[in-house]
Design a protein around this ligand. Structure first.
Ligand code: KG4
Ligand code: ZN
Length: 379
């Protein structure tokens, strides 16, 4: 594995710098990778360390969430997001290095989120990563945000093994994938309209909950009756692995109009019931489709990733369904479910270890606001 690393990015790095082979830094059997995430409304920075082919280890990570700033507008304001990433990224980097007891000179590779996400926000992370790497004379690596989510469970105390089925549920994506290894992703199904996180957020807004609505809606749902209102389970019996959540939001709107002001009044039991019924509809579809994906592919391992993966009800129901079918289920640590720098550093580290990508001393960065995961190079 170390040989693969040396034959890959080190060689190219050396070539790019015009050095000879004898200058190959031997310490690259151990590599420290700085990861920067800035695709949306969280600035995340982290440092991971790889030793040979062992799973990379998280040395430190720091996060600043812009949620409070965007709440006043009911959603993310892209320009404000970009400006705030600029304010946060360097202090967070200093914090991460201090907490790891590392210096800038000890960074071997700088990784950043290349996409998908908000163009301006992505440009902050990629610009800083490339400037930092250029100043240090180190290579850079652009990471796919969803691959970060997908591989984040490898940072948990109970890491998965390949192959597995991945349920990727975030604010912008809902996908089921068969994952055979790093960079080997086979899309089985995805949402044809809204993402699961969007369904949570839009429904929560109708109930008068602040952005992002997912966590608030799920807390409110704990006090409600999930069978109180009959809401649709879109595409539940479609026979394929696609999702559709736009109709659910409309059904929640219709139901809340029937309920009247109580649907968005704090403390009203109807509001808690509506939250519980909405969550039940989303969770039932996600669980059913995940179990179908496992069954049809004959896979006995499930990985859940992305912000909605923090949802307690989803975890409880997936745990129960998987236990019944003798499927092992893995989640990222709760604090690494939503966007963070650790998953970006981790994905970069795993790509380098697997030899599916090289980091290069080329600093003419670009970002990919739209970037299907399947476009990542297979091994
Ligand atoms: O992965 P993420 O941080 O960002 C994207 O890449 O989109 O996911 C954010 C989404 C939001 O829609 C948020 O409401 C949802 O994850 N979310 C939750 C929970 N925590 C975050 N949805 C349901 N229950 C939660 N506990
Ligand atoms: Zn995300």
């Amino acid at each position: 594995m170390v040989g693969a690393l040396k034959g890959g990015f080190v060689d190219r790095w050396i070539m790019a710098k015009g050095r000879t082979r004898t200058h190959a830094p031997l310490k690259l059997a151990v590599m420290r990778i700085l990861g920067i995430e800035s695709s949306c409304d969280e600035t995340g920075v982290a440092l991971v360390e790889t030793t040979g082919s062992a799973l990379p280890r998280l040395l430190s990570h720091a996060l600043f969430s812009q949620i409070e700033m965007h709440q006043a507008y009911g959603g993310v304001v892209p320009e404000l997001a970009s400006r705030d990433h600029i304010r946060r990224v360097l202090p967070l980097t200093r914090q991460v290095l201090a907490e790891a007891g590392a210096t800038l000179a000890e960074i071997d590779v700088v990784a950043y989120t290349r996409g998908p996400g908000l163009a301006g926000a992505l440009l902050v992370g990629s610009g800083v990563a490339c400037a930092l790497a250029a100043a240090l004379g180190k290579p850079v690596l652009g990471v796919h945000h969803l691959e970060g989510h997908l591989l984040s469970p490898f940072l948990s105390a109970d890491p998965p093994e390949f192959p597995f089925i991945a349920l990727l549920v975030s604010g912008g994506h809902t996908q089921l994938m068969r994952v055979d290894g790093v960079g080997r992703y086979d899309l089985l199904g995805e949402t044809i309209d809204d993402a699961a996180g969007e369904a949570f957020d839009k429904s929560a807004k109708l109930m008068g909950l602040p952005y992002p609505g997912g966590p608030g809606l799920s807390r409110l749902a704990e006090q409600g009756n999930p069978a109180a209102y009959k809401l649709p389970r879109p595409l539940l019996h479609s026979g394929d692995l696609d999702f559709s959540f736009a109709g659910l939001k409309t059904a929640v709107l219709t139901q809340s109009q029937k309920i009247g002001p109580a649907a968005h009044t704090e403390g009203a039991p109807e509001r808690a019931d509506l939250a519980a019924s909405t969550q039940a509809a989303i969770v039932e579809v996600l669980v059913k489709k995940s179990m179908t994906a496992l069954k049809t592919t004959g896979t006995k391992r499930l990985v859940v990733a992305g912000g909605v993966g923090a949802n307690r009800e989803l975890r409880a129901q997936l745990n129960a369904a998987c236990a019944k079918s003798q499927v092992r289920v893995h989640y990222p640590e709760l604090h690494l479910c939503t966007d963070n720098g650790a998953m970006i550093a981790m994905a970069a580290a795993m790509r380098l270890q697997a030899g599916v990508q090289t980091a290069q001393a080329v600093y003419s960065f670009d970002v990919k606001p739209r970037w299907p995961l399947q476009e990542l190079t297979p091994v």
